[in-house]
Design a protein around this ligand. Structure first.
Ligand SMILES: [Zn+2]
Length: 489
């Protein structure tokens, strides 16, 4: 029987429930207080039909999803059974970057369908970056009129293509995506990434950079020196205005405030930033970034929301712990491990093996499946317990089409879903491979083209070739240099 993620417990019983092929059996659904674990459910199939009981609406929805998957395994009948299921993690995330390359609402919905099918429940939407700002913000209209269009693109080793490239989502479109996700019990978490990765913001409002010089949205991949000036009070004013409008559109618990890859070169040369540092009595520029994160998190708290930030944002050690969750992607300082060991919430979004924009040769399906989020190096048992879940991002510098995105994400996101649901209580990789093959056929019917099986776990010598090829043919020299050095910035 193929099910993904694997339910916690299935007891098959003697007998079969028959019903007309291509129709549904009788289903009774109810919420029951006997189930205490959030999102848990149970299914009883016997001569009376199908009974789905959930701890909550989401539990019932997951029961229905499992029933749909069960029905793919049989035709016109289901075996009598008792099934109980609950997730290990309440945070089971996937991230899509629509900044480097823009994806339409319909394409985003297809990705959501694919993720929802495997009970992933957090859609982190990366909507602002150096190469384009993608959210309509009424109070700062130039964020999209200027910041959403770059003059050309050059993400590989080729020439600038001289084609202006742009796109953004209107508020109505974003609300449509939120509603679409809500039907699938998925929370959409928008990201406004600052103070780094803000070239598109500064293109629109150059007075908010430390130098005030005119710049354009970036046309290449990388980490850039011009970041939001921390010493200019107008910067936080823009941050709060953007957060206000995000809170109107996105109805969930979290807002992502970015914080990754923010070089402090400009801040160190800027009188306003240095003055702010002194005024606040901070000891270094990493703490100044921590101050910005604190201001944003406190602002969100007043609105009843929690903040998520990338691990670099806590490097200064001064981030308030009460309203921030840290997403760990790559951290040589171990600040995020200490954060979790102190009992503070952490999302495991580790570069290896969860960054699925990198080729299968680098992050094979098996390594994604085997990843153990509570066993990161340095985590204590308290730290392990503070891991609230997993997330796998698809960054899109080198993802130029929807087909390439689906190839890279599927079936690796099935393995992420399996870990998010079962953690270490998985049923083994051999079984997972068969299950993934089964569901890849189903995904094709949903308009999603997964990677073919021969690419999932290629032989070690081919893996090396694919990895070297990716770095030497796809990434520009400066991007390779930054890749190997960026964790220290
Ligand atoms: Zn400054």
């Amino acid at each position: 029987m193929y099910l993904c993620p694997q339910p916690k417990n299935i007891e098959l019983k003697k007998g079969m429930l028959y019903f007309p092929v291509k129709s549904m059996p009788e289903i009774v659904k109810k919420i029951t207080p006997e189930l205490s674990q959030k999102e848990s459910y149970r299914i009883n199939i016997d001569e009376n039909g199908v009974l789905i009981e959930g701890a909550d609406d989401t539990g019932i929805y997951y029961g229905e999803l499992t029933l749909k998957q069960l029905m793919l395994n049989y035709r016109g009948c289901l075996p009598y059974m008792y099934l109980y299921d609950e997730p290990e993690f309440l945070y089971r995330g996937f991230m899509i970057d629509s900044c480097r390359h823009f994806f339409t609402v319909d394409e985003i919905k297809k990705m959501i369908d694919g993720a929802a099918y495997f009970k992933l429940n957090k859609f982190h939407f990366h909507l602002s970056d150096d190469q384009g700002f993608r959210i309509e913000i009424k109070s700062y209209p130039k964020l999209t009129t200027v910041g959403s269009v770059r003059p050309s693109s050059n993400f590989g080793r080729g020439e600038n293509d001289n084609n202006p490239y742009g796109g953004y989502y209107t508020k109505e479109e974003l609300k449509e995506i939120v509603a679409y996700c809500k039907e699938r019990h998925i929370e959409v978490i928008p990201e406004f990434d600052f103070p780094g990765h803000t070239t598109a913001v500064l293109a629109a409002y150059p007075e908010l950079s430390c130098t005030g010089e005119e710049i354009q949205p970036k046309t290449t991949a990388g980490i850039f020196k011009d970041i939001l000036c921390a010493g200019n009070p107008e910067s936080l004013k823009l941050v709060f205005a953007v957060l206000d409008e995000l809170c109107e559109i996105f109805t969930g618990e979290y807002i992502h405030i970015g914080g990754d890859e923010a070089p402090k070169t400009r801040w160190c040369e800027c009188d306003k930033c240095k003055e702010k540092l002194n005024e606040l009595g901070l000891v270094n520029m990493d703490q100044l970034q921590g101050y910005l994160a604190n201001e944003a998190a406190a602002y969100l708290k007043k609105k009843g929301k929690k903040a998520i930030c990338w691990n670099e944002a806590i490097k200064g050690g001064n981030v308030e712990k009460d309203n921030i969750t840290v997403a760990l992607w790559r951290d040589k300082t171990k600040a995020s491990i200490e954060w979790a060991n102190g009992g503070n919430p952490l999302i495991a979004e580790c570069f290896t093996p969860y960054y699925v924009d990198y080729p299968y040769g680098m992050h094979p399906l098996k390594s994604v499946y085997m990843f153990e989020p509570r066993k990161l190096r340095g985590l204590t048992s308290l730290g392990g317990a503070a891991v609230i879940g997993v997330e796998s991002p698809i960054w899109t510098e080198y993802v130029t089409s929807f087909e390439k995105m689906t190839y890279l994400c599927f079936p690796r996101w099935l393995a992420v879903a399996e870990t998010g649901w079962n953690n270490v209580n998985k049923k083994g990789y051999a079984k997972f491979i068969k299950t993934a093959e089964f569901f890849c056929d189903i995904l094709k019917g949903m308009g999603i083209t997964p990677a073919p099986k021969e690419d999932w776990d290629i032989l070690p010598q081919s893996r090396l070739k694919e990895t070297v090829g990716f770095f030497s043919n796809t990434l520009s020299k400066s991007a390779v240099k930054q890749f190997f050095g960026k964790a220290d910035k």
